[in-house]
Design a protein around this ligand. Structure first.
Ligand SMILES: [Zn+2]
Length: 481
């Protein structure tokens, strides 16, 4: 009798243990071990195949994205490099950090960054930056390269940019040397590798084979031109323009820009190949992100920082999660760059205090029950660099509020666009849908007031941080762009 009882106990215990193990295996989330963040400067999603572009500019990214998740409604809070990257690295609203320009403050040591959080959690951290060292906080290894660095010259910075250009071969070697980190991390602990590519940022000067690949009608015109000559073509039209830029010149710049996008795509392909060859693709979360777009429309050309049309603020965002795998599915939930940090931490299984960030995680979008998890945000607020234009997006409507002095405007200005019916934002509905406009305006002004931002433009100074005079401080190459 005792023997039977004992046998039963053994059977039940074994069964219980077995079920517990099954439960653990099925329901315990698995997290990728490592993180690879690839950021590409000035990359417009609508110039990429995976986002529907008709030209084959991004074959490597397109192929890789077939096993990833593609976010089609992601945007940067401020369409300028350092503010955008700082928003990603801190998960905090630029209105709070006041990092709104490339010459603004560095990320305060009081702010934890993606890097410092991962370092605290035992990650080895390495950065390969072509935008200076402003975001080096927390990195154990941080390498910089000055390809396409530029400097401002005096107060009229917007119109006096001058670029330097080191050899592309040096730049490519620099980017691909990030593989050294992968090799040394292969059998070690967790790592975070950040690589920032700068190809699509002006000056548009793609390698010869790509320069007129995407519009052959310009081959004769540009084949013999050097960097300075091509730059002159762009610079004469860049930023705010009183008169429309001839369509032919826009097409030329788009062809040159597309060549740069393709050059970046080649490098991304090689980085992803390196990851795969080392078998690290099986346990590395890969986030591909663009910091802002580029203007080829409205009254704003071949630049990005001043206006808040989708061409400047929309960003590509593609996430590969080796634990779950995806099939190129697309999500149109509204996401801002501040949402990326908490999302990455959720993916990696790293705890953080609720309320640590202004951004909200959208990792749930990848979960089993993604359909019942709400989008991270119902509205998004945007500001241009220097805080002279603000926008709010909600329910497919975008309201833009411009202070005098911002990009050719000498008086107050309001715009309202229906982003679904009119994705190119060509028809200003401000005079028609006044009730909806009023609600959005109230919301936006409340936000500006909460953050002590300029509802009235009284001076060139944003409270607490920024003075335009900072721009005349000389060579800002060390800060990058
Ligand atoms: Zn940028």
């Amino acid at each position: 009798m005792l023997k039977v009882k004992f046998r039963r106990i053994v059977i039940y215990s074994t069964l219980f243990l077995f079920l517990a193990l099954v439960w653990k295996f099925v329901f315990t989330p698995t997290h990728p071990k490592n993180l690879l963040l690839i950021s590409i400067d000035t990359l417009r999603p609508d110039h990429m195949g995976v986002y529907g572009y008709g030209k084959d500019t991004t074959p490597n990214i397109d192929k890789w994205a077939k096993s990833a998740a593609v976010f089609t409604n992601a945007a940067t809070a401020v369409p300028m490099t350092h503010p955008s990257m700082a928003a990603l690295f801190t998960g905090k609203d630029p209105a709070k950090t006041r990092i709104i320009s490339n010459s603004g403050l560095l990320v305060s040591e009081n702010n934890k960054t993606l890097t410092s959080i991962l370092a605290q959690n035992g990650f080895f951290t390495a950065g390969y930056s072509t935008i200076g060292s402003a975001l080096d906080q927390g990195f154990e290894v941080f390498n910089t390269h000055e390809f396409k660095s530029f400097y401002y010259n005096g107060a009229k910075a917007e119109y006096n940019e001058r670029f330097t250009m080191t050899e592309r071969a040096d730049y490519e070697k620099f980017i691909l040397s990030s593989a050294d980190i992968l090799k040394s991390s292969k059998d070690g602990g967790r790592f975070f590798l950040w690589v920032h590519l700068v190809d699509p940022h002006a000056p548009y000067f793609a390698p010869g084979g790509l320069r007129c690949k995407f519009n052959s009608k310009f081959c004769d015109e540009i084949s013999g031109k050097n960097l300075e000559e091509l730059e002159e073509l762009r610079a004469q039209y860049q930023s705010c323009q009183n008169n429309p830029v001839p369509q032919d010149r826009i097409e030329l710049m788009e062809a040159l820009y597309d060549g740069e996008v393709a050059a970046a795509d080649r490098l991304v392909g090689k980085i992803l190949d390196n990851l795969k060859e080392l078998g690290l693709d099986k346990n590395t979360l890969v986030v591909l992100y663009g910091d802002h777009g580029e203007g080829f429309d409205h009254n704003y050309y071949f630049n990005h920082r001043q206006v808040l049309y989708d061409s400047s603020i929309k960003i590509p965002l593609i996430i590969f999660d080796p634990a779950k795998g995806r099939s190129g599915e697309k999500s149109d939930v509204l996401i801002q760059d501040v949402d990326i940090l908490p999302t990455i931490l959720d993916f990696l299984g790293i705890d953080y205090k609720k309320g640590s960030f202004d951004g909200k995680s959208f990792a749930g979008q990848f979960g089993k029950f993604s359909k019942i998890i709400p989008a991270p945000r119902k509205r998004a607020i945007f500001a241009n660099s220097y805080f002279s234009k603000f926008a709010i997006v909600r329910d497919n409507l975008k309201y833009i509020y411009s202070l005098p002095q911002s990009c050719l405007l000498e008086s107050w200005h309001e715009e309202l666009y229906d982003l679904v019916a009119d994705p190119n934002e060509t028809k200003n509905l401000a005079g028609e849908r006044t009730k909806e406009l009023g609600k959005l305006r109230d919301d936006l002004l409340e936000y500006l007031s909460d953050y002590n931002l300029p509802i009235e433009w009284k001076s060139n100074e944003v409270p607490g941080q920024f003075s335009t005079e900072d721009d005349s401080a000389g060579d800002l190459r060390s800060i990058g762009y």
